[in-house]
Design a protein. Structure first.
Lengths: 245, 255
């Protein structure tokens, strides 16, 4: 019953988020601030993880290709497919559920604990629109961060491949160009848009409706991370089934 | 003026407010007092519309709150200023930005007009040199004064204060009490203060509503509270040694 209640309350929150919009002159600044906090502030960790995980994918693939009949360019091909289809959109989103998600839950949760949300409501401001909507809009730029992650993942793979001596630069580049299907990138971006909305709203829900003090803010952050990750993984399954099968 | 009739509020099976009726008058400082757990904060949150209640009605200058649409309720809230117990200042903003916030949200004033108004109210609460400080850099008393400045910046008709003196030393408490009283008279607004500070009761309690176990036990003013025979009120008022001595002196003076 609690799960059903939470699912219902979550969708009511989404509906309420679009009612009684905040003045554009104020909302604009909130969106820019959230772009800075949530997207630009995450570029460093996305770049770092993408580059090295791309390298690891390449090494693992190369080490597992022991049959001399398998062409060397397959390393580049496998890295590209892994990074574009799964690593960049899904794996990075799970990591972002921890970074961005806990930031959103704890910042909104702290505002709840310190009565700042009550202060907004008393002033007649739609606090959900003021707090959650700009985050959802800001995270619509998340696919750009993921595009950078894709590029750096493949670049990291190339560096590991060439400097690790697994194949030549030409083979790797030939591999990443082989059988390229542009829809795979579109599929990855569709997933990323959906994940971005989930990353903004599920942690916001857990922060907004939390009760208690500082300890509960920590618990809400953990719960938000778990549920955001679960929803990202489930949606990944359903979207893959719908878009690729 | 705010009129409350037969207000009932429960949380599950626990009835917290058991039918409170009273009137908060315009241009006066109205105090809600009572022990912890008597229902003061719940009552205040019902008045503010932060809690829904099961029975009764609240009328703001004749407008019955529960009969208003959501948009009308939000418009009415534009006429309400609130000072929260913990000040509830926005951490990410400076003190000047906190005070300017209601103006940015609800008025079409130019930036210079808003700045002038912020300067005026910060000056009014004796914080003319604190514009660029963050709330975390301000003392408890300063934070309370900023919260008052934010509450009055948009010229509200109703001012609510939830324990404005909690966590403050007696001297700063007096400053805050005087400030609230002066502002109430100056702007001719309806002020409702939730308190259990006896200094406030004595100093600014022009109208006092005493709550006990979710019921209105007594109603009066700071002039009548010391004469009442209501044992619940006297037990509360004279619970401290200081107040017992004050009462003793009062009785001796009369004899």
């Amino acid at each position: 019953m609690t799960y059903l209640h939470n699912i219902g309350a979550y969708f009511l929150m989404i509906a309420e988020m679009f009612r009684k919009p905040t003045k554009w002159s104020v909302m604009k600044n909130l969106i820019f601030k959230d772009i800075d906090d949530l997207v630009i502030g995450s570029l460093g960790i996305i770049a770092f993880i993408s580059f090295f995980v791309g390298g690891v994918i390449t090494i693992q693939t190369a080490l597992n290709i022991t049959n001399p009949l398998i062409p060397k360019y397959l390393v580049g091909f496998a890295t590209r497919q892994s990074v574009i289809l799964e690593f960049a959109p899904t794996f990075t989103s799970v990591i972002m559920a921890g970074k961005v998600g806990s930031f959103i839950t704890s910042s909104i949760g702290t505002m709840r604990v310190t009565e700042q949300i009550d202060a907004l409501e008393v002033m007649g401001i739609n606090s959900l629109n003021y707090l959650v909507f700009p985050k959802a809009v800001a995270l619509m730029l998340y696919p750009f961060a993921i595009a950078i992650g894709m590029f750096l993942g493949i670049l990291g793979g190339m560096a590991a491949c060439v400097y690790g001596g697994f194949s030549s630069l030409e083979d790797y580049i030939f591999g990443i160009q082989t059988d390229f299907i542009p829809f795979h990138v579109i599929y990855a971006f569709i997933k990323t848009f959906v994940f971005a909305f989930v990353l903004a709203t599920i942690p916001a829900y857990h922060g907004y409706y939390m009760k208690g003090g500082a300890l509960e803010v920590g618990k809400a952050s953990t719960t938000a991370f778990v549920w955001t990750s679960v929803v990202v993984i489930l949606l990944n399954y359903f979207l893959t089934q719908m878009l690729l099968s | 003026m705010i009129e409350v009739k037969d207000l009932h509020k429960s949380f599950g099976d626990v009835e917290v407010l058991k039918g409170i009726s009273t009137t908060f008058e315009k241009g006066k400082t109205n105090l809600i007092i009572g022990q912890s757990g008597s229902g003061k904060t719940v009552f205040l949150k019902c008045l503010l519309g932060l809690f829904n209640f099961e029975q009764g009605c609240i009328a703001y200058d004749g407008k019955i709150f529960s009969e208003l649409s959501e948009d009308e309720k939000r418009d009415l809230r534009g006429d309400i200023g609130m000072v929260f117990q913990g000040s509830a200042l926005f951490d990410s903003m400076t003190i000047a930005e906190n005070v300017m916030f209601p103006l940015r949200m609800f008025t079409k004033q130019s930036k210079s007009e808003m700045q002038d108004r912020v300067d005026f109210v910060l000056n009014r609460v004796n914080l003319s040199d604190a514009h660029n400080k963050k709330p975390s850099e301000a003392s408890g008393g300063m934070q309370k004064r900023v919260a008052i400045a934010r509450a009055i910046v948009n010229k509200p008709k109703y001012l609510f204060c939830d324990e404005p003196n909690s966590g403050l030393d007696p001297k700063t408490s007096i400053v805050i009490d005087n400030l609230i009283k002066e502002i109430t008279e100056e702007y001719d607004i309806t002020t409702v203060i939730n308190s259990h500070d006896m200094n406030s009761v004595m100093q600014i309690g022009e109208k006092i509503v005493f709550l006990k176990n979710g019921l209105k036990e007594w109603e009066g003013s700071n002039k009548t509270i010391f004469k009442t025979d209501n044992t619940a009120v006297t037990d509360f008022v004279y619970s401290s040694e200081l107040m017992k001595k004050v009462r003793q002196m009062y009785i001796e003076e009369r004899q």
